[in-house]
Design a protein around this ligand. Structure first.
Ligand SMILES: *Cc1c(COP(=O)(O)O)cnc(C)c1O
Length: 234
């Protein structure tokens, strides 16, 4: 018999309810809100339980950890890379993920493009924005985003599908509003070859606020799987 995890079932139910409530209260033109399960440090057995209960979109932070776990994943899982990605590691995941959300600069975009071409594919990507201008975080500075988008739009084997951000912990609501504004502006910029379909922001502590400001992809770790061991944080 398959193992049951009642706590995770409860969490799934609560996250679904809160997401539906926030979506109903703050309808936005970016469309239905998708929920991603963020898997760092989590045992594949628990991840598969979430997948089998409808949380089939997974977010991976670390290349090594993902490679060591992926063969145990339920084949129904769809995987996005969401962590800080070094250019020399793109080769390990180019055929193992459906999207790379953490494209922080043109050097990384070029390498993804090169390897996608080599593998006869077009990789969907999001541009990561360092919306809080934090030194410790990756992502393009807001005032460099349009230039990055223009450069990335010229690369034939990547397809920019939207934006991703990790706002500062406990930041004010205006940060989310600023992200939504950048998202809308880029959508109206007329830059050919990019699409603004996905605004990926909101984590366990702030996803309702993110939905209020246009997020249509929330990335949930702790509220789904419980607290992580701090030392293995990535
Ligand atoms: C860990 C992580 C999350 C999830 O954070 P929680 O607060 O545990 O929900 C979301 N996005 C990224 C990029 C992460 O690294």
């Amino acid at each position: 018999m398959k193992q049951m995890y009642p706590q995770i079932l409860d969490n799934i139910k609560r996250i679904r309810e809160k997401t539906a409530e926030a979506s109903a209260r703050y309808p936005n033109k970016n469309g239905e809100v998708k929920i991603m399960a963020v898997t760092k440090t989590v045992d594949p057995e628990l991840i598969n339980f979430a997948v089998q209960n409808g949380f089939d979109l997974l977010g991976e932070n670390r290349v090594q950890e993902y490679l060591s776990k992926k063969d145990s994943y339920d084949p129904a899982a769809k995987v996005h890379f969401i962590g800080n990605l070094q250019t020399n590691k793109v080769k390990y995941i180019i055929n193992e993920v459906e999207m790379i959300q953490s494209v922080s600069g043109i050097k990384l975009a070029n390498e993804i493009n090169r390897l996608a071409a080599k593998n006869n594919k077009v990789m969907d990507v999001l541009l990561e924005v360092n919306i809080g201008s934090e030194l410790t975080k990756g992502g393009a500075a807001p005032d460099q985003l349009f230039e990055l988008a223009r450069e990335a739009s010229l690369l034939e084997n990547i397809h920019v599908r939207g934006l991703m951000a990790i706002p500062p912990v406990g930041c004010g609501e205006e940060i989310f509003a600023q992200m939504n504004e950048l998202f809308q502006k880029l959508g109206e910029s007329g830059i050919k070859g990019i699409d603004m379909d996905i605004l990926s922001m909101g984590m366990s502590g702030d996803y309702e606020l993110a939905i209020k400001h246009g997020s249509n992809l929330v990335r949930i770790g702790t509220a789904l799987f419980g607290a992580r061991n701090y030392n293995t944080e990535g």
